[in-house]
Design a protein around this ligand. Structure first.
Ligand SMILES: C[S@@+](CC[C@H](N)C(=O)[O-])C[C@H]1O[C@@H](n2cnc3c(N)ncnc32)[C@H](O)[C@@H]1O
Length: 254
């Protein structure tokens, strides 16, 4: 996915989620030092830091990191002190640190399109886990993959005068297990469009079997598998897979 400069201002408007309590609980249970992969606007990292968790965040998009820095600057010093933002790629990073929780929220692991990229990210994640630490992430669950495409429109107030309209187009390519996503953000005042931004790209569609195999091949064992951040059991009709994994004792990988 490419995140066009400017569009990051609207990201949080359209990404209201109920995932924070899930990651907060894991962070507190696993040593109060966490690493967020693809930290984006620091939506979650700031919430973890507010509850006392030292939180590092990496992202390879300079303007997402700038948005995160702007959001962090609005926080009190005791929160700012706990957040560390680093420009790095999840496929190849070395922070020389270990974390009780590494998490990759908002279906972002699916931004890694090839088996090679997915495996190298998992190897980096494994190296950054403290003893007993866990890797938690979520993915969309699309049980019956078929060729499909469609538009959607969402609208949010930006302030008293302006409205942001998000137009989206998605197309599924079942044979490649890919979905292309295009998003246009348009800012309106009195019915006139003032600004327009595009972001888009492709995401990989995992199945429960493919993700289980990928984790096992790269030195992880699954600790928990849910159908939502409220820890409801996963089943065939779940819209998402929420997975908690830990390092397995795989001597070949070590
Ligand atoms: C869907 S957003 C999620 C943002 C944030 N984690 C949240 O939950 O609100 C995905 C983020 O992952 C970042 N990203 C995508 N591919 C990446 C990569 N290979 N390395 C580092 N960051 C990446 C994007 O720049 C973007 O900020």
């Amino acid at each position: 996915m490419t995140y066009q400069e400017g569009a990051e201002r609207f990201y949080d408007l359209f990404s209201a989620k109920d995932d924070a309590p899930f990651y907060l609980e894991l962070a507190h249970r696993h040593g109060e030092k966490a690493l967020e992969l693809g930290v984006g606007t620091a939506r979650l990292a700031i919430q973890l830091a507010r509850s006392g968790v030292e939180t590092w965040g990496i992202d390879n998009s300079p303007h997402m990191l700038r948005a995160a820095e702007r959001n962090l600057a609005r926080e009190p010093p005791e929160v700012r002190r706990l957040v560390r933002l680093v420009k790095a790629d999840v496929r190849d990073f070395d922070l020389n640190e270990r974390f009780g929780l590494v998490y990759f929220p908002s279906y972002s692991f699916d931004h890694l399109l090839t088996g090679e990229d997915q495996a190298s990210a998992l190897r980096c994640i494994r190296r950054h886990l403290a003893p007993g630490g866990v890797y938690a992430f979520d993915l969309a669950h699309i049980p019956k993959l078929k060729e499909d495409s469609g538009w959607f429109v969402q609208r949010k107030p930006l302030n008293r005068e302006r409205t942001v309209v998000r137009l989206g187009f998605k197309r599924i390519y079942p044979e490649k297990r890919l979905m292309s996503v295009d998003l246009w953000y348009e800012v309106y005042e009195d019915g006139r469009m003032l600004e327009r931004y595009h972001e888009g790209g492709e995401v990989y569609i995992h199945t429960p079997d493919s993700i289980r195999r990928l984790l096992e091949e790269n030195g992880f064992e699954i600790e928990a598998w849910y159908g939502g951040h409220d820890r409801q059991p996963f089943n065939n009709t779940s819209e998402m897979m929420v997975i908690v994994a830990r390092r397995s004792r795989n001597r070949e990988i070590d």
